[in-house]
Design a protein around this ligand. Sequence first.
Ligand SMILES: [Ca+2]
Ligand SMILES: [Ca+2]
Ligand SMILES: [Ca+2]
Ligand SMILES: [Ca+2]
Length: 461
Amino acid sequence: MNTRLFSGFLLALIIASLAPAHVFASSAWPASAGTDIGLVSLAATVPAFDASGVAYDSVLGKLIGIGDDGDIITMNTDGSGVTAYTVSGDPEDVAIAAEGSNVIYLSDENAGTVSAFDLATGALTGKSWTVSSYITTATRQGIEAMTFVPNGYHPYADSTSGGLFYVGSQYNGDIAVLDIDTSTSGSVSLIDTIATGRTDLSGLNWNSDTQMLYAAYDGYDLLAELKSDGTLVHEYAMPTGIDQEGVTVIPNCAAGSADVYVADDGAPNVWKYTGYPIDTDTVYADADGDGLGDPSLTASVCVGGSFAGYVSNSDDTNDTIPNAGIEIGGDGKDNDGDGVVDEYNMIASNGAHPYYSTLSAADTSAYGSTMTSVRIVQKTGALLVTLGDASVYSYTVWSGGWRGRPWMTAVSVKNSAYILVSYNFSSRRIYNAYDGSLVASGRGFMTKTNAQVWAASVLGL
Ligand SMILES: [Ca+2]
Ligand SMILES: [Ca+2]
Ligand SMILES: [Ca+2]
Ligand SMILES: [Ca+2]
């Protein structure tokens, strides 16, 4: 509806008489003051364009504008590159069911129909659906708003057309959720009716990246954000002085904001507002590919989205070493998720370390880098190895412990990751510090020095 056809008095009367018991307080407009990109070239190329609806096809990279005199235009998001088409009737909004397909759907306010138009041929496809019986309208207050919500984003059963059409009435603000079989003319069924609680609904736009339904209310100068089940999330007072007949939102999830485009009825005016806030998810860099993210290196993605090389958790203590499933000592966190904090790792429960166990234990520069301490617990006979990521492994040597049998020692062989464990100078074993495996053993009295010589000889170091 072109509200300029009404006097200010009449408009005020309509709003006052239809104002519902709607108490959600609107917030101040959170985006820029706006620029009229219709003035870039649209006003010159299609001067009679009576902006009524706008949508965005991210595959084509084009805004698609509808004028209620039957004009259809596509243009770039900066207002340049206008291509114009014409169609009969009173199209008020436009919906895109399959981006990049070139097929768009027009809601005709007077006819109460939805029609398919092909941008590739510049003509109606011939398919149309009568929807007027599913929604209450009045003269010049018809199906003013329409958008398409893909399957998976609406709370209803999947439709064979890939999603559902949300068609809004300017008269009472209700949204008819319709399953339109886009393959067959005339086949349409009502799935649900959502009462938005406010009249003068003039534009609808679903965005899957923000998972939000944007609803413009012309006479109220409001932009509402709703979930696809109709739950109201936000309501913003829009810049006044224009007739908001159509709206579309183009998010930049990495930047955490969106551009909002508004079709301003009565003239070739399309307003662009920048810096509009959107919800995003935070993801964390996973440079070592262990599925754990680096809390210090983040990126912003669309709701439920992903970004290559990033994960949704921030649980990595060291993003240069794969250590998923390993308890890191001394950080106060339960890294391996077993309910115990900072405990020792055990081969039986944690398995061998996913990174250190791939290294050669024969590397004679290991001690002090990949392995930072070695000690034996006299009472239990446990060999404790602290690895370079601060994880501590407890390996059981001589099970049963060594209570009352002192003189146990544990030492790296030639700074390798082989550990020589001995007691009473008479029994010796060599363990691989990376996986706790027993490599060799020997018996018979030997001094510390000779035991080292023996171990180096056995290992070929
Ligand atoms: Ca990682
Ligand atoms: Ca890691
Ligand atoms: Ca733990
Ligand atoms: Ca820990």
